[in-house]
Design a protein around this ligand. Structure first.
Ligand SMILES: Nc1ncnc2c1ncn2[C@@H]1O[C@H](COP(=O)(O)OP(=O)(O)OP(=O)(O)O)[C@@H](O)[C@H]1O
Ligand SMILES: [Mg+2]
Length: 261
């Protein structure tokens, strides 16, 4: 579905992404791991149109999407979530979800004037959709809570919920498990698996929790210093000498072991 070819993203003289090529197959939950500073988020940012690449190419189903802005990619069904959740804190959880779909009549003032009834109907449909999403994510009890009051993990679920308000094809999740307790992490993992199986979402998931990666992802791609180091099944990846070396180099050996003992 997504093919990244020889991608570079430099910041001044620093090569954050240094000739990375990856493929994300349709229907997969692909894991992207690697030590801190490996270039994972930068790679996501380039794919998702947040940052232009220095060079290289990104295609989606064969179509060149390199450098397209996020809203164009959104309409093609390519969505991303951020390493730090971006919620509208003073709005309720339901309202946060209702903000997502674009192209509603309510966006144009003249529509608001001439077509109030249609807008009311659209809003009801959106609210119903939001409630359905919240139920799917098992946080329907939080619908009327201000998003700013959610825990870190609940905010991550809300981010995932946003991708369900539209017909997403491929979703990029950046550290969806960071700072999330085990129970919520399982909820997030279950939601990802169900979205993949029941709704055909393709995922690419950055995560440091190796348990989570091992349970969800096939294949797993490992990045280090801006380059792709390895790709394979989670078990194989964790036996791979070059991968262990890369993690050892940054003192993350224990993190890897803890995740897959
Ligand atoms: N806007 C920027 N300007 C300069 N350097 C940057 C910028 N964004 C990222 N970098 C650098 O690029 C490198 C890769 O960063 P990136 O955030 O992609 O790593 P990561 O693999 O996502 O790490 P982590 O696991 O810690 O989130 C880091 O050394 C970072 O400091
Ligand atoms: Mg990152």
């Amino acid at each position: 579905m997504i093919r990244v070819e020889n991608l570079h993203r430099h910041f001044g003289g620093f090569h954050a992404v240094d000739g990375a090529s990856i493929e994300i197959e349709t229907g997969s939950i692909t894991g992207l791991i690697g030590p801190n500073g490996a270039g994972k988020s930068t790679l996501f940012n380039v794919i998702a149109g947040v940052l232009p690449p220095t060079s290289g190419r990104v295609t989606m189903d064969g179509e060149d999407i390199t450098g397209l802005p996020p809203h164009d990619l959104f309409h093609k069904g390519l969505l991303r979530t951020f390493q730090i959740a971006h919620e509208f804190s003073s709005m309720t959880v339901r309202e946060n979800l209702m903000m997502v779909p674009s192209g509603q009549s309510g966006e144009a003032l003249w529509h608001a004037w001439f077509a109030r009834r249609r807008i009311a109907a659209e809003e009801r449909a959106l609210a119903a959709k939001a409630d359905e999403v919240l139920e799917f994510l098992t946080i329907d009890h939080l619908a009327d809570e201000k998003a700013g009051n959610l825990s870190g993990g609940q905010k991550k679920l809300l981010e995932l919920g946003r991708t369900m308000m539209v017909d997403a094809k491929v979703v990029f999740l950046d550290e969806v498990g960071a700072g999330v307790n085990r129970t919520l992490l399982n909820t997030i993992g279950d939601a990802i698996v169900r979205l993949n199986r029941e709704r055909g979402y393709t995922f690419c998931v950055i995560e440091h929790d190796m348990d989570f990666i091992g349970r969800l992802c096939d294949p797993v791609i490992v990045m280090a210093e801006g380059k792709v180091l390895a790709r394979g099944k989670a078990d194989e990846i964790m036996q791979n000498e070059a991968v262990i070396e890369a993690y050892l180099g940054t003192g993350l050996k224990n993190k890897m072991k803890a995740g897959h003992a």
